[in-house]
Design a protein around this ligand. Structure first.
Ligand SMILES: Cc1cc2nc3c(=O)[nH]c(=O)nc-3n(C[C@H](O)[C@H](O)[C@H](O)COP(=O)(O)O)c2cc1C
Length: 187
């Protein structure tokens, strides 16, 4: 069965995680029926600042504006099965934890959780306050998966994109896609 997924990009640091995820998703399009993308305003600003370009415009996904509540995944009836928020700011995490569905990202996450589907939030900040930790706990209790933007180094990554790829590989595994990736101690 093919998949319908939502990718949300917010204004946390780490636009490279979104770029690497976009690249990986483009490679496995045969496993996917629909990719809906929504970026916050800050996500676009941080991408421009950190990556020095607006290359998010180059991907052949369906992009929706942050206040477009006519997007199919603003309703559970459209049956999108997985939402990945990468990177996920503490602001967006807080809105999701408290059910404040005042933009398409927090509404789509609200829908995914109420429909008992898969929400993966690649949260990014450091250090965390108790408010952040409690919000992660709340989202976890509601069925979401907190997958922090904590890279690993045991694959000996050689570039920033390879470092980011260590997190993106875990996200794609969690989302249930078949991907080639480094696996510890596998030949
Ligand atoms: C360069 C830059 C880096 C930022 N990094 C983070 C971060 O790592 N984590 C975070 O929670 N917010 C970070 N922020 C702040 C968010 O962009 C801000 O809180 C914003 O309101 C989040 O809204 P959004 O989730 O709708 O994008 C950063 C902002 C800028 C300009």
């Amino acid at each position: 069965m093919k998949r319908k997924i939502i990718i949300a990009v917010t204004g946390a640091s780490g636009s490279v995680y979104a770029k690497v995820l976009f690249d990986q998703i483009a490679k496995i399009e045969d496993q996917i029926d629909a990719v809906g993308v929504v970026m916050s305003d800050n996500a676009k600003d941080v991408w421009k600042y950190e990556l020095g370009n607006e290359a998010y415009n180059n991907y052949n996904f369906n992009f929706y504006s942050k206040n477009d509540f006519n997007a199919p995944f603003a309703s559970g009836s459209a049956k999108y099965d997985t939402m990945i928020i990468v990177p996920c700011s503490m602001g967006t995490l807080g809105r999701i934890a408290h059910g404040i569905s005042n933009d398409l990202i927090s509404r789509a996450a609200d829908v995914i959780l109420k429909e008992r589907r898969k929400l993966i939030a690649v949260v990014r900040d450091t250090p965390f306050s108790l408010i952040h930790i409690n919000n992660m706990k709340t989202v976890t209790e509601a069925g979401g998966i907190i997958c922090p933007a904590n890279p690993s180094f045991y694959s000996l990554p050689k570039s920033i994109e390879e470092v980011a790829g260590t997190v993106v590989s875990r996200v794609l595994d969690l989302a249930g896609f078949e991907v080639d990736s480094y696996r510890w101690n596998e030949a």
